[in-house]
Design a protein around this ligand. Structure first.
Ligand code: GLA
Length: 378
């Protein structure tokens, strides 16, 4: 059944419109967005749909196709940060940050796997924000929506995420990654054409738990802020490798390693863009491998399942592999030759079984469009 049909069954009326917003993978530039660094994500073809109808009263009715939790009901005037059942907060947060003061009915349906490090939260927030902007003709730009959805997640849900996920979910373009400067949000489209070069980007969802609310993410962020404070900088974006090395012995060793990851990862993003532009996929793959090593050893946000997926991919012919997203679980990506995809997937599956990990899932990452309108009732 389509989301519109489900909506009509649930709320007795057809939706005014249906929007879609995608999840993402990040090619490289991990844990640097909140350090005002450079990132290189693309939108994937898995989306969250949001069907929405405006009401004449102040009632807010929300439901999700994934959770058989019925309809959650509240009033626009009762929406307060960090309240409401967990799954509703991403939606209520968007209503709150957009200042919606009237009633709406919302049904969401997500094909972006949750907790897989593919930004299901941003896809949900952006689909709702996009739908509200269209239905109420708020006239907000995509960049406005980026900032408002990030605010919803930071201040309403309480997750101190950076700005990468919402940006790519709203600005993504098919066939391209975006080189995003997280300092001024200036985006540069970078063509990504693995398939034409006999390559594929395999997503390996380790099915290991991943929740940014767990504290490791916030701790890393705070550590980065401590180091920029020590150097009297606005952010680690302004720290050079030389300056960090010169003060290395005075810094706490953990803080030094965290900063080393950020500084080197920003350098790797720049090199990765050059490699992609010159079709040096071997060089690009090596940068993915270096990024994983840095995230595992210096930033310490990997986990045994991610390390296993990356190692088996690297040993089985992948040009490069690394964890993506916040870490502590979630997904890895592997750049593989077209014909090797099945073999590498089955070797990773076997390795996971041997290590008694949950069975992994595999997806083909295809650079896709960002948030869009799917349907509108006239
Ligand atoms: C999560 C956050 C992003 C970013 C990544 C790590 O996905 O939501 O803002 O910090 O982790 O690169």
């Amino acid at each position: 059944m389509s989301i519109s049909e489900d909506f009509s069954l649930l709320f007795n009326y057809s939706p005014d419109l249906v929007s879609a917003a995608p999840g993402r993978v990040n090619l490289i530039g991990e844990h640097v967005d909140y350090n005002q660094g450079l990132v290189l994500p693309f939108a994937i073809d898995s989306v969250t749909n949001c069907a929405l109808r405006l009401r004449d009263d102040a009632k807010i009715l929300i439901s999700s196709k994934q959770l058989n939790s019925g309809i959650y009901e509240t009033k626009s005037s009762d929406i307060v940060p960090k309240t409401g059942p967990d799954w509703t907060r991403y939606i209520l947060g968007v209503l709150w940050s957009l200042g919606i003061d009237r009633g709406v009915e919302i049904l969401v349906d997500s094909e972006v796997p949750q907790g897989a490090g593919l930004s299901s939260s941003a896809a949900l927030e952006c689909s709702v924000a996009f739908a509200l902007n269209e239905a109420l003709q708020l006239g907000l730009s995509r960049i406005d929506l980026v900032r408002l959805t990030q605010r919803a997640e930071n201040d309403f849900v309480g997750v101190p995420c950076g700005i990468m996920d919402q940006t790519i979910s709203l600005l993504g373009e098919a066939g391209h990654a975006i080189l995003l400067d997280c300092r001024d949000l200036s985006p540069q489209l970078i063509p990504v054409n693995f398939e034409d070069n006999g390559l594929r980007l395999l997503i390996i969802d380790t099915q290991a738990h991943h929740a940014l609310v767990d504290g490791g993410y916030a701790e890393r962020r705070a550590q980065c802020e401590s180091v920029s404070g020590i150097f009297s900088l606005d952010s680690l974006r302004d720290l050079s490798r030389e300056r960090l090395a010169a003060k290395g012995s005075e810094l706490d060793s953990k803080l030094y390693s965290r900063a080393l990851h950020v500084v080197t990862e920003i350098e790797r993003v720049k090199s990765a863009v050059s490699s992609l532009q010159s079709k040096d996929f071997v060089g690009f793959g090596e940068l993915l491998n270096d990024s994983h090593k840095s995230l595992r050893d210096d930033y310490e946000v990997s986990c045994p399942e991610l390390d296993c997926a990356v190692k088996i991919s690297q040993e089985s012919g992948a040009l490069g592999a690394r964890m993506v997203g916040g870490g502590f679980g979630g997904s890895a990506i592997a750049l593989v030759k077209d014909g090797d995809m099945g073999l590498i997937a089955s070797l990773v599956e076997r390795g996971f079984a041997k290590a008694c990990f949950k069975s992994p899932r595999f997806f083909d990452a295809v650079p896709s469009d960002g948030a869009r309108l799917i349907d509108r009732r006239n």
